[in-house]
Write a new protein. Structure first.
Lengths: 373, 607
């Protein structure tokens, strides 16, 4: 073993001893991923279920009963009956219900006329997202009921165009299935960028970096000595997250697990590059932490398409997302998990990661000097 | 290109070419830093050489430029002008070659606190390329030298300050470097550990011919060096053999006592004499240094109004020569403020037994979990007394202080300050005490006047009374000219002055000083203590913590603490007397301290 290898091995051994003994490293590397996965896997759901729906039936009869029953049977709604419209409006203003359906007293009579019976739907639009979902659900439920009624009367409903929905990739429309893979990008950012920037800053803060520098160590070795341990730690975090995704949350994995790990390694290198780059300017843990959260963690959360669709962002925000590494990784993750080895998506995104990793690691190498100023 | 193996660089200096006889050659080095919008000149055109095979001390107060110089020599900083040659390599262009050869210990020892003693050694052995086969013998040697053989499995963070210092040294020595750079290795550690470190350093020099450059702010350590480089304010004051520097003042140093007047009044009289360069309280007497061409002092001519005066010649100390050098270099403007301090009227000292008891501490204990930071401590401080708490970092001084200031409740025991039981009325007592810490708890981005206003408001002084006190502070502490200066930009001595002014805004009866002068230059320290003495003469009780032996001598009485226990209490003279033996007819405070700690540790080991 030559001296350079001995130095590097010594650094890596030291780093692992520190990781094992420092509760905050363990917390960021293993506890945070588990907490985030449990929170997003079980707690956070973007689906709307059991939406409280007010039903105002001015004149109950057999027709209105069959109509309301179709909402009562749905898992998307929990219906609340009201006798008149003002009461329902009050309930909606108080936030007890999200939408009101009004069936006028001439509902049964006009149902049998050619121009049909009007149904009034009032949706609380404060939360625009939920409002749109509720609107869609109600329309769907109403269509189903219409079809059903027609069939009962021995007719087929004649519509010029029929919409037949087929949901691909996430057939059950489980938001968990796309949240959990996206979350892996956030977790890898935590380990690669935040943790690495902080442990590097800790060396500056405690004066150990100064002692390291007055040894035969080259700066290249200092960087590798951080890169290798945290790469291994990050891949460990990935394995943990994938295991939880597959066996706890039953997210389908349709692509190759090897491709998943290979592309993740690329992203991890990018994240490590960002963390190490931050540490070349931030020499206190506080500043390093703040910088890493603002420049890596929050963008991975908000601008990666993990929760919020990039296509519906304003154009200038969309432009910003092009420099967010997590954006490319989230696209890869969601594709490998839910679609499969779709090279037309994976290749360009992986290429972007290669470019960003080279950029960040190259800048770190250029900026890192064996000097204190 | 052929280069000789490293181990041969230890060969005796005399056999080498003239330029190789130097471990370090500093020529015309300047270095400035930019802090915010302020330019700090850390080093100004400094030149000197460090010989091989000897211990050279880099001596100077805080912000003299010691650390900057060390870092320049280690190739961690680039000079703005000039050059440094280390073991024949240029520090700016061949820094890796230097870093591969020298041993370096930065200020906080550079240890990984979450690694064990052995793991730290292993890491540095790996980094320094020590072959595995040589390690067992080397480790044995270093661990024995550092007294850490029994602690290899202990985490470095759980070692005492002195042990950390020795482990840091062992890590820097793992590959037997020909040159060792130690940046303030003795700061904050107890005198016993300091002595042990010096023994190790000397053994290295003798057995292995190592060259050592060691920086320190303790002037008494200068006398242990073969050569000294004196730095002040980024400039080289002098360079040479400390004994020669010291001996240049032979015949000018005396101890003055008087049975008729208090030592503080005596000092005030002496300090105002134009024939005297320096007057300093030293235990029960006042130590004076005469001006260069002054005649030997006579009681009648020097102190005509005071009876029963005795003057005895004493040997010079290194600090005398440093002060003499500084006074020459210091501009007259500063000297005016030095003499500005109003001379208090000479009053007769009050006997301790009859005086009012201002602080009463009985069987005081403070536990944190199952660790006792202060164990069963009792003492009494009288009005107008200067009482010192002496101890190393971790001895329990700060815990003691926090309890006395009412910031931390005691676990058991009783505590009365200014007649108030702190258990029941801590806030009432706090209004009557002033507190100043080593860290100068000022608002760095506020101006001098704004700081004074803030502290007077915090103590409830408003309107006319507040204005009067601020005017007093500006006048009394000669801060008028810098009233609008941002306090963060002030020099260390001025910051200290402002901090004291802030602590005195509400005219407290008791003043707590937490390591008030560590790191400031000897002139600023003298000025500070002159103010403190004047306050004590006016009846203010002073309580001071220090790990500075010199400062202990200024106290009326002091208590020495180690690992939470009070080892002894008494006047400086009484405490020094305890260490007197045939071998040590005239022990210093440090001798006394080391003796007490050694016997305390022996008791602990026996128990």
């Amino acid at each position: 073993m030559n001296n350079a290898q001995m130095r590097l091995l010594g650094l890596i051994r030291k780093e692992f001893l520190q990781i094992v003994r420092d509760p905050s490293s363990i917390a960021i590397a293993f506890l945070m991923p588990v907490v985030l996965l449990l929170l997003f896997g079980y707690g956070v759901s973007l689906d709307s279920e059991h939406v409280p729906l007010g039903l105002v039936v001015e004149q109950p009869d057999a027709d209105t009963a069959s109509f309301t029953a179709s909402f009562g049977n749905s898992r998307y709604f929990s219906s609340v009956p009201f006798r008149n419209t003002p009461e329902a409006v009050d309930a909606m203003m108080a936030g007890r219900i999200n939408a009101v359906i009004v069936l006028r007293q001439d509902f049964a009579r006009r149902l049998r006329q050619t121009d049909g019976a009007p149904i009034q739907l009032v949706v609380n639009g404060v939360d625009a997202n939920t409002a749109r979902i509720v609107e869609g659900y109600v329309t769907g439920a109403w269509g189903k009921w219409l079809e059903h009624t027609a069939l009962q009367q021995g007719q087929t409903l004649n519509t010029p165009v029929e919409i037949v929905n087929r949901v691909w990739y996430n057939e059950e429309l489980e938001s968990r299935n796309f949240l959990v893979p996206g979350l892996i990008a956030v977790i890898m950012t935590l380990i690669g960028a935040l943790l690495t920037a902080m442990v590097m800053a800790r060396e500056w803060e405690r004066g150990t970096m100064e002692a390291l520098m007055v040894t035969p160590l080259a700066m290249r070795e200092v960087i590798l000595g951080k890169l290798i341990p945290y790469f291994i730690l990050g891949m460990g975090g990935l394995a943990l997250s994938v295991a939880m995704a597959l066996w706890l949350f039953h997210v389908p994995l349709r692509g190759s697990v090897w491709l998943l790990f290979a592309t993740s390694a690329l992203f991890l290198l990018t994240a490590l590059g960002m963390g190490l780059l931050i540490s070349t300017v931030a020499r206190s843990q506080f500043i390093a932490g703040q910088l890493a959260i603002i420049t890596t963690f929050l963008p991975a959360f908000l601008l990666s398409g993990f929760i919020f669709d990039i296509n519906s962002m304003p154009p200038f925000v969309q432009a910003i997302t092009h420099v967010i590494a997590a954006r490319y990784y989230v696209a890869i993750l969601q594709t490998i998990f839910l679609v499969g080895n779709e090279w037309s998506v994976i290749l360009p995104n992986a290429l972007a990661l290669v470019l960003l990793a080279t950029l960040f690691l190259g800048l770190t190498r250029l900026k890192a000097r064996k000097r204190l100023e | 290109m052929f280069s000789p193996p490293l181990s041969e660089s230890h060969s005796p200096a005399a056999e080498q070419a003239p330029s190789d006889r130097m471990a370090l050659e500093v020529s015309g080095v300047s270095k400035a830093f930019r802090v915010g919008n302020r330019q700090i000149e850390a080093l100004r055109n400094v030149s000197f050489t460090v010989k091989r095979g000897v211990v050279t001390g880099l001596i100077g107060p805080d912000s003299a430029g010691k650390t900057t110089l060390m870092r320049l020599a280690a190739g961690l900083l680039l000079p703005d002008a000039g050059s440094i040659k280390v073991l024949g390599h240029d520090a700016a262009t061949q820094s890796l070659a230097i870093q591969s050869e020298i041993g370096y210990m930065p200020q906080r020892f550079g240890l990984y606190e979450d690694l064990t003693v052995q793991e730290n050694l292993d890491l540095y052995a790996d980094l320094q390329g020590v072959p595995k086969s040589l390690r067992p013998a080397r480790y044995d040697n270093l661990l024995q030298m550092a007294g850490l053989t029994a602690f290899t499995k202990r985490l470095a963070g759980q070692l005492s300050g002195g042990m950390k210092q020795k482990l840091g040294l062992a890590c820097a020595l793992v590959r037997q470097p020909p040159l060792l750079l130690l940046d303030e290795p003795t700061v904050g550690v107890d005198p016993l550990s300091r002595r042990e470190l010096w023994e190790i350093v000397y053994r290295l020099v003798q057995e292995q011919g190592t060259s050592v450059l060691l920086s320190t702010a303790y002037l008494d350590e200068a006398e242990r060096c073969d050569e000294v480089v004196l730095l002040h304010d980024g400039q080289l004051l002098d360079h040479g053999d400390p004994k020669v520097l010291r001996e240049s003042l032979r015949g000018r140093t005396y101890a003055v006592t008087s049975g008729a007047v208090s030592k503080r009044a005596l000092q005030t009289h002496l300090a105002s004499s134009p024939a005297i360069l320096d007057a300093l309280i030293q235990g029960d007497h006042v130590r004076i240094v005469m001006e260069q061409d002054a005649l030997p002092p006579q009681p009648g001519s020097l102190l005509p109004n005071i009876s029963d005066v005795q003057i005895n010649a004493v040997p010079p100390r290194f600090e005398d020569s440093f002060v003499a050098l500084l006074k020459v270099k210091t501009d007259p403007a500063t000297m005016i403020t030095l003499h500005h301090t109003p001379a208090s009227h000479a009053t007769f000292s009050v006997a301790a037994g009859t005086a009012q008891q201002v602080i009463t501490v009985q069987n005081l204990t403070r536990r944190f979990g199952n660790f006792s930071a202060v164990k069963d401590v009792s003492f009494i401080v009288s009005k107008g007394e200067v009482f010192g708490l002496l101890g190393a970092n971790g001895a329990g001084k700060s815990t003691m202080f926090r309890m006395l200031c009412g910031l931390l409740p005691p676990s058991s025991g009783s505590l009365r300050v200014a007649g108030v039981d702190l258990r029941y009325a801590a806030a009432a007592a706090r209004a009557r005490i002033g507190y100043m810490s080593q860290k100068f708890s000022l608002y760095g981005n506020l101006s001098v006047v704004e700081n004074l206003r803030f502290f007077s408001n915090a103590y409830g002084l408003s309107g006319k009374r507040g204005d009067t006190r601020i005017a007093w502070a500006l006048q009394e502490f000669a801060l008028t000219s810098s009233a609008d200066a941002v306090s963060g930009d002030l020099s260390l001595g001025y910051k200290q002055r402002l901090a004291l002014a802030c602590a005195l805004m509400h005219e407290p009866e008791i003043l707590f000083l937490d390591e008030p002068t560590s790191g400031v230059d000897p002139l600023a320290r003298r000025e500070f203590w002159r103010r403190i003495n004047a306050l004590a003469e006016q009846g203010v009780t002073i309580m001071v913590t220090t790990h500075f032996m010199e400062e202990a001598e200024y106290c009326d009485r002091l208590a020495i603490m180690a690992s939470g226990e009070m080892l002894t209490i008494g006047t400086p003279a009484e405490i020094k007397l305890q260490a007197r033996s045939v071998d040590l007819p005239d022990p210093t405070m440090e001798d006394a301290f080391v003796g007490l700690i050694t016997s305390h540790e022996a008791q602990g080991a026996a128990a």
